[in-house]
Design a protein around this ligand. Sequence first.
Ligand code: FPP
Ligand code: K
Length: 505
Amino acid sequence: MSSATQDPQATTAPSDRLAEMLDSSARIEELSSAQEEEIQEADDDSEYETSSDSDDHHDFHAVWGSKLKPNLPFYFASPGPLRDSLQTSTSVAQDKTMDEVLQLMTGNGQTILDVNAYGLPHLLKPKHAAFLRTILGKYPPPFQVMDASRPWLLYWALNGLRTLGVDVSEYKQRCIDTFTPLQNPEGGFGGGHGHLSHAAASYAATLSLALVGGLDMIDRRAMWHWLGQVKNPSGGFRMAVNGEEDVRGAYCCMTIHTLLRLPLTLPPSSPARAAGLESFTSNLGSWISSCQTYEGGLGGAPDNEAHGAYAFCVLACLCLLDSPDKAIPTYLNTKSLTHWLVSRQASPEGGFSGRTNKLVDACYSHWVGGCWSLLESALSIPAEKSLWHREGLVRYTLTCSQAKKGGLRDKPSTRPDGYHTNYSLAGLSAAQYIYTYKSDTETAETESEALTSAFNWSFERPTTQQMKQWCFDTKDMVEPVHPVFVLPFDVVEEARAKFAGKVGF
Ligand code: FPP
Ligand code: K
């Protein structure tokens, strides 16, 4: 271990940068632009030119303009009727975004000419795949600030590629080589070389390794020990030893725990055990309960503002603990949660915001869009009585999130990046498939030592009628994405089969 890892400052620096990266789309956009410049240098006929796409504007009108409008319901074609006259920086940003969205929704400003049967741009699969492959390539110097996020870059790219139906087995060895120096002897993964282990880095590393069939390189016993170090006497989890405690920690740690089929008993060295807790699940549900706010949504920690990214962490974490119908209503007020979650879907945008009075962002296509199958399963709500508007999310994704040259983006005026590409595609999958929980008593009986509920999800493909209702063609379909693990179903099944009956080491 380098001396850097012994320095307590070194524990906060990488995790702060990671938090900053996950919190700031501005930073990601800055980096995407650096990445674009690099690609331009490498590729002279420049698929990725930075100039405006507006050259095609008139052609588009001539060919497609009139075709789009008749299919567009009024609530996607104009601003809503309720206006607040108070002007703030957010209301100005919102008006600008709404104008850009309306230009695209109505077809007036659309430059992607390849449209589906409903007049929406097709999902540009080969272009998005090419974009994601660049993320697995060489980086220009400005990406130095992403040094603590190596595992995320791999996860977003690999998971995004698989969601597009692209085989990623060719990346197996490189992925293992990347993670070998990041795995620490005390368990878990750091985000970069010499960094202490971190819950988010360990989550993204574990998922990336699952994606390429490389889970064998994980020291499961050491991981179990490290997870015991971040389990808190409160019941929640810290992001790192002595790090912040929030619901990302709970979701990331319990996902790793479940996927690797680790023992539920806390290791003897765990501070939580010293405080009287016995299991990784002890007090977890009740700690999570305390993160529900007066709005009905979920904050990252008790007393924090409700936010979509944390809502997903909470619901998915509860679905690791038990079936959704048991875990979710036991620990959350589903009525106020439903009200808050419904309020995240914007009109005319169709996409989701992360919190009250804020703008849509395609990453919430997953963080919020991914909540629906979990909550609707908990409440036994069938697809035909769904509480959310799948068509709206499909419209936002295909019409507003796609960059013409490849990659998906937060909103029309931003640049694509791996984070938004992966989570837009995961959100599209939530809109296109029906994910349901199928209780399976067989695993529950034989694996009482481990958590197995999350392995009981299945998916249904949309019917022709549903595809018509939700406005996409077969060509626009992504692969099913597991609603709890956010991985392809076959990857989850492979991990389940690999460690079945192997609780312990
Ligand atoms: C606010 O950013 C965003 C947050 C406070 C949460 C960010 C967390 C995640 C994206 C994911 C965490 C999950 C895991 C599994 C690590 P903002 O103010 O820029 O955006 P906003 O206006 O949309 O709220
Ligand atoms: K944002």
